[in-house]
Design a protein around this ligand. Structure first.
Ligand code: AMP
Length: 144
């Protein structure tokens, strides 16, 4: 099972923010979009970083309310781990678990084509298990 399957179901939208935006703006976007991280991009389709709730918690614990006026580029993670549409879902899940993050942007031919979260992966896995269970139940009932 590949990442492109998840993207086919959830779509290719990636909510982005500019690196000079303030943390206050990030909070408003996270709330309005009901998500936990934003991809940082100053150029259409280019990946400059990622900023998540955890980065904001860290900035606020270090700088207090001043953190709200800080810029995204001061707080974001620059070294972003990405995957490809053809990456195996199990590999992405293993990387997220090992590196302890919950989001992975999807890149194809150097451009951003989507993002998957641990929530998307869990949802996909549950749907797969439901299908497997139904097939097995039908098989057992059908063979009685
Ligand atoms: P998360 O669990 O995704 O909210 O992120 C936890 C921490 O990992 C934060 O510092 C994020 O900026 C960072 N992070 C999130 N996703 C990635 C990623 N794909 N590659 C590298 N760092 C990430």
């Amino acid at each position: 099972m590949r990442i492109e399957e998840i993207l086919r179901a959830k779509g290719h939208t990636v909510v982005t923010i500019r690196s000079h935006a303030t943390i206050e703006t990030v909070l408003q976007r996270l709330r309005s979009e009901n998500i936990g991280s934003l991809v940082v991009s100053d150029n259409e389709g280019r990946l400059d970083g990622i900023i998540s709730e955890r980065d904001i918690v860290r900035a606020m614990s270090e700088h207090g309310c001043e953190a709200l006026r800080m810029r995204v580029k001061e707080v974001m993670t620059r070294n972003v781990e990405t995957c490809m549409p053809g990456s195996k879902i199990t590999d992405v899940m293993a990387t997220m678990t090992r590196r302890r993050f919950r989001h992975m942007p999807v890149v194809a031919d150097g451009s951003l084509v989507g993002i998957v979260s641990i929530g998307d992966i869990v949802k996909h896995r549950l749907e797969e298990l439901e299908i497997e269970t139904r097939v097995l139940r039908d098989y057992v009932v059908g063979n009685r």
